[in-house]
Design a protein around this ligand. Structure first.
Ligand code: GH3
Ligand code: MG
Ligand code: MG
Length: 317
């Protein structure tokens, strides 16, 4: 089977800049239609196969595909049941499902759509119809994914926003408490930034905020570390599983990375933009959503400002 246009209209740009193929999970017993579908999708998408409803549900949960093609006739349960279970599970409810059925029964089509299927295909499959319908759903999936990512990001700086920070901090605090590990947070505030705006203008101020945010993000080492814009010219960091000594070490590297940008600021002692950072660490088993440790980090930030700025203040190990 051949088709003129690529199915996956949007190659998603991964955060590291590499394009990523979209993933389609095909839940169907082995037959010629399944072979046809694989052949049609394979050059443009990553295709995952599941030969039963149970396997399909498991793979959907595990791999979070962009789209599911679901045959009405799977061996272990009806396709309707698979769809019902996909929609009942928060981990899979948002994944679009296209139903594939052998008979042209309008009542099947109606039932699928009522159960939440996104679209419907009838066997024998027609290549152009499959390509068009799959492409439409994949485009929507790409759009949804981008919106979900944007909801977590601060528009000006490209790092996480305050809401995402608050949610992540609550989750990580509970995780640290359960794991009996320590979690560090830091508050980062740009020094003499009001003067920077007054002297160079708000637009230059915005550019500096973006550059500093990106330098902080680039300096964070572990996948679980998080940089967020906490508000105005303040950033906040979450460093899971990190004690006071390592958190202060990292904070100092970040402070140096910002200074190394050498963004000129005639109104600052250092003659370029710098940041002050306050660090704090949870006690092992500490309860709470993170307000307490954040407050301690803020107090240390105040000390860093009072101590002369462009410095890190943390807690004793
Ligand atoms: P300190 O060294 O004590 O932190 O002094 P500061 O001037 O940095 O602190 P202050 O709180 O007095 O001023 C913060 C400034 O940050 C004022 C505000 O105009 C600027 N600011 C906050 N958000 C933005 C923004 O989104 N864009 C720009 N360009 N400036 C911002
Ligand atoms: Mg401030
Ligand atoms: Mg400031």
């Amino acid at each position: 089977m051949s088709h003129p246009t690529p199915i996956a209209a949007t190659a998603l740009a991964a955060p590291d800049g590499e394009a990523e193929l979209q993933t389609v999970l095909l839940i169907a017993d082995a037959d010629t239609s399944r072979e046809q579908a694989v052949e049609l999708l394979e050059p443009d998408c990553t295709v995952l196969l599941a030969a039963s409803g149970a396997e399909g549900l498991e793979r959907a949960r595990l791999h979070q595909p962009d789209l599911i093609l679901l045959d009405l006739l799977v061996p272990d349960m009806t396709g309707f049941e698979v769809l019902r279970r996909l929609k009942a599970d928060v981990r899979t409810a948002a994944i679009a499902v296209i139903f594939v059925t052998g008979q042209d029964h309008p009542e099947d089509e109606e039932r699928c759509l009522l159960l939440g299927a996104a679209d419907f295909l009838t066997k024998p499959l027609s290549a152009p119809v499959v390509a068009a319908r799959v492409a439409a759903q994949l485009q929507l999936a790409a759009y949804r994914r981008r919106v979900a990512q944007m909801e977590h990001l601060d528009g000006l700086t490209g790092v996480s926003n305050r809401r995402h920070f608050d949610e992540t901090l609550a989750v990580e605090c509970h995780r640290a408490q359960r794991a009996q590990s320590r979690l560090s947070v830091a508050m980062v505030d740009i020094d003499f930034f009001k003067q920077y705006n007054d002297r160079y203008g708000h637009a230059r101020g915005d550019e500096a905020l973006h550059a500093i945010a990106q330098a902080l993000a680039a300096g964070m080492r572990r996948p679980a570390d998080l940089v967020a814009r906490h508000g105005g010219e303040e950033f906040a960091l979450i460093m899971p599983d990190t004690g006071p000594a390592n958190a202060q070490k990292l904070a100092n590297l970040l402070r140096e990375a910002v200074a190394a940008l050498q963004i000129p600021h005639a109104g600052s002692k250092a003659a370029h933009l710098t940041v002050s950072i306050g660090v704090a660490t949870t006690e092992v088993g500490e309860d709470g959503e993170g307000e307490a440790v954040l407050k301690r980090a803020d107090k240390n930030l105040f000390r860093a400002k009072a101590g002369g700025r462009n410095m890190v203040v943390g807690e004793a190990s």
